[in-house]
Ligand binder design. Structure first.
Ligand code: PRP
Length: 210
C-alpha cells in the first residue's frame, strides 16, 4: 500500500480551517469541496489515459483522453458524499457508485447498509471517498468489497488519517500485491479511546450534515 500525504500550503490552510470548531456547516462543506479537488489532483496522477490526436486550427496535436472503462468514484455514505463534487469536478466523466457504511460506535466495527455499484468492476480504477480514516475498519472493508467485485486498483482519498488506521489497512492487504493507495491531507497523532482521530476535526458527517 502506498500512502501520500499531500504537502501543500493551500491544503494545510484549508485543513486548518476545517479543524477549527468555529467553522460552521456551510463553510465546512465548501472547504471540504475545495480540499478534495486539491487532493484529487494528486490522487489521479496515475489515472489511465489513451493517446489521441486532435486537430487544432493549425495542425494535428497529440494528446490524451481518459481511458475506458472510465474510473469509478465511490463515496462512502454519509460523510463521503460531501467529497463527491470536489472529485467529479476533476473527473466529470467518471461513473459514480455508492457504498453506505456505518461504524458501530461501541464496537467500532464497520457495517455495510447499502451498495449501489456496477456489477462488474473488472478493469476499473476506483477512487474511494471517505473523509476520516480512523481505525481503518470502514476503508479496509470497502477496499475488500471493490476488489472482490473485480476492481483493478483502488485509491482512497481521505481528508485525515490516523496512524492506526493506515497500519490496519496495510496489514489487511499485506502480501496480496493489490494496488492500493491512500491520499490524505494529513496523518494525525493518534486515535482516542472512542476511536476518534486526535486532534482531528470532530465527526465529519455531523459537521457536514448536522
Ligand atoms: C465515519 C467516517 C468513516 C468512518 C471511519 O463514518 O466518515 O466512514 O467513520 O471510521 P473507521 O476508520 O474507524 O472505520 P460514520 O460511521 O460516522 O458514518 P457517517 O459517514 O454516516 O457519519
Amino acid at each position: 500500500m502506498d500512502t501520500l500525504v499531500v504537502d501543500h500550503p493551500l491544503v494545510a490552510h484549508k485543513l486548518t480551517a476545517l479543524r477549527d470548531e468555529r467553522t460552521d456547516s456551510p463553510t465546512f462543506r465548501r472547504l471540504t469541496d475545495e480540499l478534495v479537488t486539491l487532493l484529487a489532483y494528486e490522487a489521479t496522477r496515475d489515472v489511465r489515459v489513451t493517446d489521441i490526436t486532435v486537430n487544432t486550427p493549425l495542425a494535428p496535436a497529440r494528446g490524451v483522453r481518459l481511458a475506458r472503462p472510465s474510473p469509478l468514484v465511490v463515496p462512502i455514505l454519509r460523510a463521503g458524499l460531501g467529497m463527491l463534487d470536489g472529485m467529479t469536478r476533476l473527473l466529470p466523466t467518471a461513473e459514480v457508485g455508492f457504498l453506505g457504511m456505518i461504524r458501530d460506535e461501541s464496537t467500532l466495527k464497520a457495517q455495510t447498509y447499502a451498495t449501489r455499484l456496477p456489477d462488474d468492476l473488472s478493469g476499473r480504477q476506483c477512487y474511494v471517498l471517505d473523509p476520516m480514516l480512523a481505525t481503518g475498519g470502514t476503508l479496509a472493508a470497502a477496499i475488500k468489497y471493490l476488489f472482490e467485485r473485480g476492481a483493478d486498483d483502488v485509491t482512497a482519498v481521505c481528508l485525515l488519517a490516523a496512524p492506526e488506521g493506515l497500519a490496519r489497512v496495510e496489514e489487511e492487504f499485506k502480501g496480496t500485491d493489490l494496488p492500493i493507495r491512500v491520499v490524505t491531507a494529513a496523518v494525525d497523532e493518534r486515535l482516542n479511546e472512542h476511536g476518534y482521530i486526535v486532534p482531528g476535526l470532530g465527526d465529519a458527517g455531523d459537521r457536514l450534515y448536522g
